[in-house]
Design a binder for this molecule. Structure first.
Ligand SMILES: O=C(O)CCC(=O)C(=O)O
Length: 237
């Protein structure tokens, strides 16, 4: 089954066409935010990262009114495949020459909730920065969308995201099958103001930066209202 789909993935990535969120699991929107808008977002990102004392900051909602407004801004809403979607998790990734890390191939399989509550289909549970996270059913994850707003030029050399087009259609990918399909990966190079939309189920990774440039990215996850089982509440919604 997996090798049949893998053939399709190779076929899709060979075709030279603009990517499409539903088919490929990602799409890049160029120049969504202006240089002035990006400059104020960079200043806010630096303030938030300094205050948190970390290059990876979770739960931006209570930390920044600007980011809260941004996650619901008409410019972002306009590029979404469907509406309405609620922001359910937000992060800032600030790869700097001092704090610079590789990210192994993975799918985003967890969601952040207000409390750990036993609920069918959810788990195992972990706690990240004090917030309960559960592995979520594929059916829920497939309704979610992530928007990554690029604040700096992001190339292969400074940790641009790599994705395997179409891999979001494979459900949960067993770890032993990952290496079979990463040969059809592509690198999503972006400029400040570009927005990458992706399914949390797409297989993705990033390399450690090999140049001393920053790579600030705002990462917002969205879900349709009422998509979450009623026994749980999103941490940020
Ligand atoms: O920003 C990156 O380099 C990777 C982040 C990531 O993999 C994730 O958000 O799951």
């Amino acid at each position: 089954m997996l090798s049949l789909v893998t053939k399709d993935l190779h076929f899709m990535s060979e075709r030279k066409r603009a990517s499409c969120l539903s088919q490929d699991g990602f799409e890049i929107h160029r120049g969504v935010f202006s240089a002035d808008e990006i400059e104020s977002l960079r200043k806010e990102a630096d303030r938030v990262a300094n205050e948190a004392g970390s290059a990876c900051v979770r739960n931006l909602n209570p930390r920044s009114e600007l980011f809260r407004e941004l996650s619901n801004s008409p410019k972002l809403r306009e590029i979404f495949p469907s509406d309405p979607l609620s922001t359910v998790r937000s992060l800032l990734f600030d790869k700097t020459p001092q704090e610079n890390w590789p990210v192994a191939w993975h799918q985003d399989l967890t969601i952040a909730t207000k409390a750990e509550i036993s609920c069918e289909g959810f788990g195992p549970w972990t706690v990240k920065d004090g917030v309960p996270h559960a592995h979520a059913p594929v059916d829920l994850l497939s309704q979610m969308v992530t928007a990554r707003i690029h604040l700096d030029p992001t190339h292969a050399e400074n940790g641009a995201l790599m994705v395997v087009p179409g891999s979001h259609q494979l459900g949960r990918i067993p770890s032993e099958s990952i290496s079979e399909i990463t040969s059809s990966s592509i690198t999503c190079e972006c400029q400040p103001g570009d927005v990458l939309l992706m399914s949390p189920l797409i297989l993705h990774s990033s390399r450690k930066s090999s140049i001393p440039n920053r790579r600030r990215i705002l990462h917002f996850e969205y879900a349709p209202p009422n998509a979450l089982d009623s026994c749980l509440c999103w941490h940020e919604a």
